[in-house]
Design a protein around this ligand. Structure first.
Ligand code: WT7
Length: 648
C-alpha cells in the first residue's frame, strides 16, 4: 500500500480494492447492468420502475418536451406509502421488523411492517379528519422519533406534500419554510433528547408562528420528553389524544406519478433557501433502485442503518423511501454518536447485527479522533458493506473506515448525489467496481455525467472541471417551489444550449477514467456534510447591531471537512467588542440559523478585500483563513487591506 494522504484532491493514490469473490457471487448488481442501461436507457428505467406496484401503468417512460421540467412514467399512478408499507404486509411480511428504533436515553421499540401500516393508516385518517386534502402542504419539525417516519408516510399516503424541517433549525428558519410552502399543519414534539437533556421544540414552533399571522391552522404534538409546553387551545393537538385513537383501517388512493411528494429546503448561493420539489413515481423508482444495488440490500436478511437525520435528503431517500420500498429492516437512532459515550454507534451495530452502515465522512474522521480502541472493543463482524455520503471522503479516512470499522473486508461505496438529484447518481457498485479510496468512481447504470470546462467542452482525463448531468434522471428535482425562474437560473442556464444540469461541484476523471468529486465551486460551504451558504451566515451576522459588514468563507477543517470562518467589520458605536462580542456573534448565528451554522472563527477586521467593482474576494479570505500565502491580489482596490486584517 502506498502512504496515506489526507488531501481529498490528491487523485494519484493508486491503491485499488477489487470486489471480494464471495461478495460478487451473491451481489444484487452485476456488470450487465451497465450494458442494459447503455443499450436502452429508458427501457432500463422502465424495468427499474417495475419493482414498484403501479395502480395504472404508464404510457410513456419520459416526457422531456417541457425541459428542464421532466415527467417520468407519464400516465402511471401509484401510492408511495402503499409501496413502502402495505404491499409488504399483503405479501406475507407483516411480522418482519421494519424499524428497530433506539431512543437516545436507552429506550427502544421494534416496529413491524403491520404495525407501521396501522400507525400510518391512523395518522392518515386523522389528517383527513383535520380537513387536509391532496396537494396541501404539511411541515414536519420532528426529531428522529418513529412518528417522524409515520408522518411522512401518512402525508405520502394522502397525497399531502411534506416539508421536513430539521429539528435543529431555529424558529426563524422554520417560519421561513412554513411561509414559503404555505403549510396548513406543523407536526412537532414537546421536546427532543440531546446528550441526556430535553431541549424544547414545541416552544420553538410557538415562537415561529407567533411572529405574525401564518397559514398554519393546527400544530400536532408528539409527546417525547414530557417537558411542559406552551399551548394554544383550538390550534394545538396532542398526537396521543387524536392519531392514537383513529382507525387503523385506511384505503390508499393512487396518485399520478408526477404528484408532488415533498419539498425539502436547501441552501443556495443567496440567503434564501430553495424549496426543492420532488414527485412520486420517478423519485421512488430511483430511491429503490439505488438502495437495492448500491447497498446490495437483501430483504429479510440485512439489517441496514443510515445514520442521517430525516431533516436531510439522505434521511428521505435512504431511511424512509428507498429502504421501506425494498422491505428493509433498519435501525433508526434518535441521538448523537457520543451519548452516553463514544461507544454508542458500535454498541448499536452489535446489538442489532447491523450489516449495512451508511454515514458521512465527518463522523468517520470523528471516530478516528476518538481512537480505534473504541470500535475495537466491539464485535462488528456483522458489517458487510459501508457507505459514505455528504462530502468528498479523504483517502486516509476511507482506508481507516474499511480497515477499522469494516475489518478489512467490507466494500465501501462513496455515493455522490444532492438534495436536487433525489437519489444516488455516482457511486461504485459493490461486487462489481474495483474501488479507489476517495473516488466516487462512475455514474450508476442509467445515469450520465460529464466533466467539462467553463465552455462546456469535455475535459481530458487528469484535468479538473465542472460536473454536469447531461441526461434527465427519474428522481431529478421538478423545480424550486414557487420559483421557476430561479430553478432555471441555478441549474440550467449555465449550459443552456446543451441542456445540461449544472451540479455546482468540481470534478475530475483520473488517468483510468474514474471520477473524483472535488467539492463545491460556488459560495456554498459543506460543514460536516451540511450545505450552508456563505450569504445566509453573512446575513445572520449583519442582522446583529454591532456588525456593519461581514464576509464568510469555508476553510478546510480536519474533522468537519470545511469550517465557517467569518470576517466582520463593526459599526462605529458597537457596545461590546473583542472576545465577548465574538462569542455573542457566534451564538447569534446559531440561534438565527442553527448550531451547524455556528462559525468556528470570527475575525474582527477594519476592512475587507474588495475588487474595483466592490465584490468581496473570498478566494483571498480563504487563503487567510487557511493560513496560506496570499494568491493574486492585483485586482484589489487596496492590497494593504491584508496588513490591516492581520492586525485586526
Ligand atoms: C452536496 C450536496 C446527498 C446527500 C447529502 C448532501 C456534496 C455529497 C458527496 C460525495 C463528494 C459530495 C456535494 C454536493 N457531496 N456527496 N460522495 N463526494 N461530495 O446533500 O445537502 O444536497 O449537498 O454535497 O458538494 O453538491 P446536499
Amino acid at each position: 500500500m502506498t502512504s496515506a494522504t489526507t488531501d481529498p484532491r490528491d487523485t494519484t493514490a493508486p491503491v485499488c480494492y477489487p470486489p471480494g469473490e464471495d461478495f460478487a457471487a451473491t451481489a444484487n448488481a452485476d456488470a450487465g447492468l451497465y450494458e442494459l442501461a447503455a443499450a436502452d436507457r429508458l427501457e432500463f428505467w422502465a424495468e427499474q420502475a417495475r419493482r414498484l406496484y403501479w395502480e395504472q401503468p404508464w404510457s410513456q417512460v419520459l416526457d422531456w418536451s417541457a425541459a428542464p421540467v421532466a415527467r417520468w412514467f407519464v400516465g402511471g399512478t401509484l401510492n408511495v406509502a402503499y409501496n413502502c408499507v402495505d404491499r409488504h404486509v399483503l405479501d406475507g411480511h407483516g411480522d418482519q421488523i421494519a424499524i428497530h428504533w433506539e431512543g437516545e436515553p436507552g429506550d427502544s421499540r421494534d416496529i413491524t411492517y403491520s404495525e407501521l401500516r396501522d400507525e400510518v393508516s391512523r395518522a392518515a385518517n386523522y389528517l383527513t379528519e383535520l380537513g387536509l386534502r391532496a396537494g396541501d402542504r404539511v411541515a414536519i419539525y420532528l426529531p428522529m422519533v418513529p412518528e417522524a417516519i409515520v408522518s411522512m408516510l401518512a402525508c405520502a399516503r394522502l397525497g399531502l406534500t411534506h416539508s421536513v424541517v430539521f429539528a435543529g433549525f431555529s424558529p426563524t428558519a422554520l417560519r421561513q419554510r412554513v411561509d414559503d410552502a404555505g403549510a396548513r399543519l406543523v407536526i412537532t414534539t414537546d421536546g427532543q433528547w440531546r446528550r441526556g437533556a430535553a431541549a424544547p421544540l414545541k416552544a420553538a414552533v410557538d415562537e415561529a408562528l407567533g411572529a405574525a399571522h401564518s397559514t398554519v391552522e393546527h400544530v400536532l404534538v408528539v409527546r417525547r420528553t414530557g417537558i411542559e409546553v406552551p399551548w394554544t387551545e383550538g390550534r394545538d393537538l396532542w398526537w396521543h389524544d387524536t392519531v392514537t385513537d383513529a382507525s387503523p383501517e385506511h384505503e390508499a388512493q393512487a396518485f399520478d406519478a408526477e404528484h408532488p411528494l415533498f419539498i425539502l429546503y436547501t441552501s443556495g448561493t443567496t440567503g434564501k433557501p430553495k424549496g426543492i420539489l420532488h414527485t412520486s413515481g420517478g423519485y421512488l423508482t430511483q430511491a429503490a433502485y439505488t438502495h437495492h444495488n448500491v447497498f446490495d440490500h437483501q430483504a429479510g436478511q440485512d439489517v441496514y442503518w443510515c445514520t442521517a437525520d430525516i431533516g436531510w435528503v439522505t434521511g428521505h431517500s435512504y431511511i424512509v423511501y428507498g429502504p421501506l420500498a425494498n422491505r428493509a429492516t433498519q435501525v433508526v437512532y434518535e441521538g448523537t454518536p457520543n451519548s452516553p459515550d463514544e461507544h454508542r454507534h458500535f454498541r448499536i451495530i452489535e446489538k442489532y447485527g447491523v450489516s449495512i452502515y451508511y454515514t458521512a465522512p465527518t463522523l468517520v474522521r470523528t471516530f478516528m479522533k476518538w481512537g480505534r480502541e473504541i470500535p475495537d472493543a466491539h464485535d462488528l463482524s456483522s458489517l458487510r458493506l459501508l457507505g459514505s455520503v455528504g462530502e468528498p471522503i479523504n483517502p486516509e479516512a476511507w482506508r481507516w473506515y474499511r480497515e477499522v470499522i469494516g475489518g478489512n473486508r467490507t466494500p465501501i461505496v462513496d455515493t455522490w448525489w444532492q438534495t436536487e438529484t433525489g437519489a444516488i447518481m455516482i457511486s461504485p457498485l459493490p461486487g462489481v467496481t474495483a474501488t479507489k479510496p476517495g473516488a466516487a468512481m462512475a455514474p450508476l447504470p442509467g445515469i450520465s455525467a460529464k466533466v467539462v470546462d467553463d465552455d462546456g467542452t469535455e475535459l481530458d482525463r487528469g484535468s479538473a472541471g465542472l460536473l454536469v448531468l447531461d441526461q434527465p434522471w427519474p428522481s431529478m428535482l421538478r423545480g424550486i417551489w414557487g420559483d421557476p425562474q430561479r430553478f432555471r437560473e441555478t441549474y440550467w442556464d449555465r449550459f443552456a444550449s446543451a441542456g445540461w444540469y449544472f451540479a455546482g461541484d468540481g470534478a475530475k476523471l483520473d488517468d483510468d477514467g474514474d471520477l473524483w468529486v472535488l467539492g463545491r465551486v460556488d459560495d456554498v460551504m459543506n460543514v460536516s456534510g451540511h450545505r450552508i451558504s456563505t450569504a445566509e451566515v453573512e446575513s445572520a451576522l449583519v442582522g446583529h447591531a454591532a456588525v456593519a459588514e461581514a464576509a464568510v468563507v469555508g476553510a478546510s477543517d480536519a474533522t468537519t471537512g470545511q469550517a465557517i470562518v467569518a470576517f466582520v467589520i463593526l459599526t462605529a458605536g458597537a457596545a461590546t467588542t473583542g472576545d465577548p462580542l465574538v462569542a455573542e456573534l457566534k451564538s447569534a448565528v446559531s440561534q438565527e440559523i442553527s448550531p451547524i451554522a455556528r462559525p468556528r472563527e470570527i475575525h474582527l477586521v477594519p476592512e475587507l478585500p474588495k475588487t474595483r467593482s466592490g465584490k468581496i474576494m473570498r478566494r483571498l479570505l480563504r487563503d487567510v483563513a487557511e493560513g496560506r500565502e496570499l494568491g493574486d491580489t492585483s485586482t484589489l482596490v487596496d492590497p494593504k487591506v491584508f496588513e490591516a486584517i492581520a492586525r485586526g
